[in-house]
Write a protein that binds this ligand. Structure first.
Ligand code: NAD
Ligand code: TYD
Length: 397
């Protein structure tokens, strides 16, 4: 029996067991969610958040309230296709604003708070960690306090249904050697960058609010995402955007760092699965079992661009690959063991790396205006800050 069928067998046995409280609770929750209570999303105008909002509005009936500060990473254009949908409400605000959060919880009575809002880029955290501590730690604390106060006032099925789902990262587990086993939910935390440390701190706060105050929390730790609407500071969109412009494709260090790549729609479906069926207080690792070196990912993007955008002077795009100075404290390898979400909840990713990458490159080629809109003066300033000092060399393998 392969992993998928053995997981499904275990999953079905659980569902048939009438004494299993967890599953009964999951059914209560699904019934209640079917009554189309709103979901409060933070950071819904960023990369994963906007994919999640689009996924929810196309596959579920629940209204969505999106609270977003619209930092450089938040882009209202990502959600222009749903802006007129009566189920969608945008609130421009900060997760550190306690009265605003309390008011939103009272006004919308959401059945869940799904928390994406964060400062999310490792290189930015190295050059300026302050905003990471503020948003990722203080902001999460503010949300937890507001959710706790509101949760205590709930009764009946509203109380049974409520979930606080905190979206986190595999980077909290630190780095792996080539032969280490993949991260499991009980792998000790060992964050290495200011970004990872701030996310680890926020995970610990969420865990404590669940343990001490009985707030019904869920934590997800996901691997590197890629797909539509990703801001071109992260490796894959940066590679696409630079290649289309004939600019160097910067590879930090020897290019052999491994990431476990997941197509963003698979991350969104995993979150919906955990919201509906996850056990309160649990953490779930999410990953696509797609470990690839960074250089391989960049070469794969170049090959796709050679095929899909062949009529430019930049072909073959691979010749633009340029080795630059390494990132300080660069984590060597991330890898996710996703058995728990697969076996307990029956979630599996749908996209292979090849298919997901093709869809991603096609999306960027069809949305050149989106790239133009985000490549503002602030973006150019960031490229200058991050790359000007790196150009004196790395050594690609
Ligand atoms: P992103 O940087 O693209 O978007 C972050 C969003 O949060 C933006 O819309 C921004 O405006 C908003 N925001 C920032 N500070 C805010 C504040 N104080 N108040 C309200 N809104 C604020 O990030 P992303 O890549 O979409 O990541 C979303 C979440 O998923 C983050 O928590 C991140 O740690 C986690 N995550 C990301 C990845 C990945 O590969 N991108 C992988 C695993 C986990
Ligand atoms: P990134 O997309 O920033 O994600 P993370 O650091 O959260 O994994 O980077 C992915 C990998 O690509 C990581 O090993 C750093 C590397 N990288 C480069 O080599 N060059 C670049 O210009 C960037 C942005 C990242």
């Amino acid at each position: 029996m392969n992993l998928a069928s053995s997981c499904w067998a275990a999953h079905e046995r659980l569902q048939l067991d009438p004494a299993n409280q967890m599953i009964e609770m999951a059914f209560v929750r699904t019934d209640y969610m079917d009554k189309v209570k709103p979901i409060l999303v933070t950071g819904g105008s960023g990369f994963i958040g906007s994919n999640f909002v689009l996924h929810r509005l196309s596959e579920f009936d629940n209204p969505i309230v999106n609270l977003d500060k619209l930092t450089y990473a938040g882009n209202p254009n990502n959600l222009v296709s749903v802006a007129a949908d009566p189920r969608y409400t945008f609130v421009h605000g900060d997760i550190c604003d306690a009265p605003l959060i309390a008011q939103l919880l009272k006004e919308h009575r959401p059945s869940a708070l799904v928390h994406f809002a964060a400062e999310s880029h490792v290189d930015r955290s190295i050059l300026g960690p302050d905003a990471f501590l503020k948003t990722n730690i203080d902001g999460t604390f503010t949300l937890l306090q507001a959710a706790k106060a509101d949760y205590e006032s709930l009764r009946g099925e509203e109380k049974i249904a409520f979930r606080f789902l905190h979206v986190s990262t595999d980077e909290v587990y630190g780095t792996l050697s080539p032969t280490d086993s993949a991260f499991r939910e009980n792998t000790p935390y060992a964050p290495n960058s200011p970004y990872a440390a701030s996310k680890a701190a926020s995970d610990h706060l969420v865990r404590a609010w669940g343990h001490t105050y009985d707030l019904p929390t869920l934590i997800t730790n996901c691997s590197n995402n890629y797909g539509p609407f990703q801001f071109p500071e992260k490796l894959i969109p940066l590679t696409i955007v630079n290649a289309l412009r004939g600019k160097p494709l910067p590879i930090y260090g020897d290019g052999q760092q491994v990431r476990d790549w997941l197509y963003v729609e698979d991350h969104c479906s995993a979150i919906s699965t955990i919201l509906a069926k996850g056990s309160i207080g649990e953490c779930y690792n999410i990953g696509g079992n797609n470990q690839h070196t960074k250089i391989k990912a960049v070469q794969a993007v170049c090959t796709l661009l050679d095929e899909l955008a062949p009529n430019t002077e930049n072909c073959p795009h691979g010749r633009l690959i340029t080795c630059v100075k390494d990132r300080p404290g660069h984590d060597r390898r991330y890898a996710i063991d996703a058995h728990k979400i697969q076996c307990d909840l029956g979630w599996f990713p749908r996209q292979s790396f090849e298919a997901g990458l093709r869809k991603t490159v096609q999306w960027y080629l069809r949305n050149l205006n989106w790239i133009e809109d985000v490549a503002t003066g602030a973006y150019k300033q960031w490229l200058h800050e991050n790359y000007a000092e790196r150009n004196n060399g790395g050594a690609c393998a």
